[in-house]
Design a protein around this ligand. Sequence first.
Ligand SMILES: NC(=O)c1ccc[n+]([C@@H]2O[C@H](COP(=O)([O-])OP(=O)(O)OC[C@H]3O[C@@H](n4cnc5c(N)ncnc54)[C@H](OP(=O)(O)O)[C@@H]3O)[C@@H](O)[C@H]2O)c1
Length: 308
Amino acid sequence: MSEWPRILVTGADGQVGRALLRNFGGSAEVIGYNRKALDLSDAGQIRRKVREAAPDVIINAGAYTAVDRAESERVLAMAVNGNAPGVLAEEARRASSLLVHYSTDYVFDGSKDGPWVEEDATNPLNVYGASKLAGEEAIRATGGRYLIFRTSWVYAAEGSNFVLTMLRLGRERDSLNVVDDQIGAPTTAAELARATHTIVTGVLEDRFGAEDHWPGLYHMTCGGKVSWCGLARAIFKRGSALLEGRKPKVNAIATSEYPTPAMRPKNSVLSNEKLRRRFGVRLADWEQALDEVLGEIPKQQNEQKHLK
Ligand SMILES: NC(=O)c1ccc[n+]([C@@H]2O[C@H](COP(=O)([O-])OP(=O)(O)OC[C@H]3O[C@@H](n4cnc5c(N)ncnc54)[C@H](OP(=O)(O)O)[C@@H]3O)[C@@H](O)[C@H]2O)c1
């Protein structure tokens, strides 16, 4: 029998799921389930699959992440984001394993001036945020060992995200209008996975002390802050080699000029102080993390070409 811990990762085909599989691959027996292998909208299937896998740690990287579509798919968003985390928490508790879960900056309404801390009052503006908050509450209510990491504006060199969308549009258009009055901390899946790996490994090796010390809710984002417009400009400046010679202009617009089905918070910058104090973990600043992803994109695109 392997002496490595058994780690079950849900949403294994997602941005964070893939990064987790890469990070834990060399130090754990990783069981990665994508939506086809484990559908989080089916509570019975969750219980069966978790019991079969008997993991030491469950990392729930699966989620309904289509923020605008959630406005018209409330039932499904609530099942996946609100109900499934509670079922996973019950199964983790039953087996005395650890549940690691990701939540979102969108649990807040964006009205605060400074960075949001874990104790701040939540008030989601959209269905996605409400469903993720329901998931946090379901985990807390179960009372097992858990870590919830709230993060924001996640992207990677693969998947569906703002950075890849901007690069595609930048190759197609001479100018783009991008919202400048929503501020957040863009966070890479790789940074999240590295931090998760450090913390989970530390917990398994008993490095963070007794269980009244470390379980709970933490904010986990890259350092710094920027608007979507500022991020688009940084992508074009730092990733100019990916634009096939184009130099698109980015025009700053207000949220009111770009109506979407879901409302979004103006300020969703999270304070990472609690994470740093409790675990000594700090993610890279967003610009440095962006450079890493921009450097990774040609490699990913090459691999995808070879797969076709
Ligand atoms: N992306 C962001 O900007 C952001 C911001 C804050 C917090 N977060 C949180 O961070 C975590 C990771 O997100 P991510 O960026 O990696 O998202 P992602 O790339 O959209 O990955 C989510 C994965 O969950 C899967 N999934 C959807 N419905 C499912 C179901 N019913 N059963 C099983 N799997 C299902 C998706 O599969 P399909 O592709 O087959 O649908 C996808 O592979 C999530 O908890 C998310 O809420 C993300």
